[in-house]
Design a protein. Sequence first.
Length: 328
Amino acid sequence: MRATDSWVSAVAIVNFDLELGQSIEHLEPPDFPLTEGEKLNVCYLAFPDSNSGCSGDTSYHFRIRRECSSSAGTSGGGGGGGRMRRKSRDHFSQHYYGYVFFRQLKGEQFKRGYFQKSLVLIARRPLVNLYSNIVQILAPQFFDSGRVAVEVAMHNFGSWEEFVPGKSYQVPLLGQVLSFHVPSVKDKTQPTKQEFPKHALAPKPVILRSIIESGLFATLEPLLPHLGLVWELVLLNEPIVVFGASPTDTSATVHALINLIAPLRYAGDYRPYFTIHDTEFKELTSKAQAPSRVILGVTNPYFYKALQHWPHVIILDSGEDLRKPLKV
């Protein structure tokens, strides 16, 4: 694992062309080993798969399974059948976590009237609040200054100290300073004062109270009448599908669900945002077998038909309060 990979594996710039479709316009570092199947998944998950429009800026996250092929580490090895799982030392390295900042603008100056592009931060850990904040800092600077912002950010990531549970960090990012604490098992039993390194000339730091959770209670509040049932379903690793109007809402809800059983770690499979183009679509939606024990967040209306055999459904409201459930 390269030094930068301890925090951020890569940053992908994904462009949408109305004639050619989605494609990775730039990958930093350029030699980061994504298989063709992984690239395909990143491309499709980098854009909202719904009819909501999503004008302006949209942020969310996704999770994909890493692949292995005879050419692992190169651009070969598609997402077809016969995939093998990469052998790894820890469960986090079995998946990639993508943190997306999607921008859509309408204007006559753009080809066919629209500009659609996404910045995707790829990491090996589900530190949702940390990486979501990083993307909120990095993406606007990329859209203003171009690839140089991504290159500088990757240099910043490379200067961060190694990831160590139980340690507090104060790290630079594009002229700002992030302060956060990485939780550990000892934090639950031995509360300690979080001490951050002090830099006399550094700007006022952006302090993150949690690197994992963000608005957990606000997200789950509409589910309060059913919270006991939902808690049991998550604990028993039951298949659950979350229908929403945008990936922002489905990813936030799925993330809240898997953290509902904390301090227990949810060990099952989950996809905060899942599309019909995913290389595992047929495997996870097949009606020839019992529903896969996975929590899926989806936005495409096609899933109403494809997943009608699933036993547990959460439908999110499409109004202003997007997390108000219509059906559980």
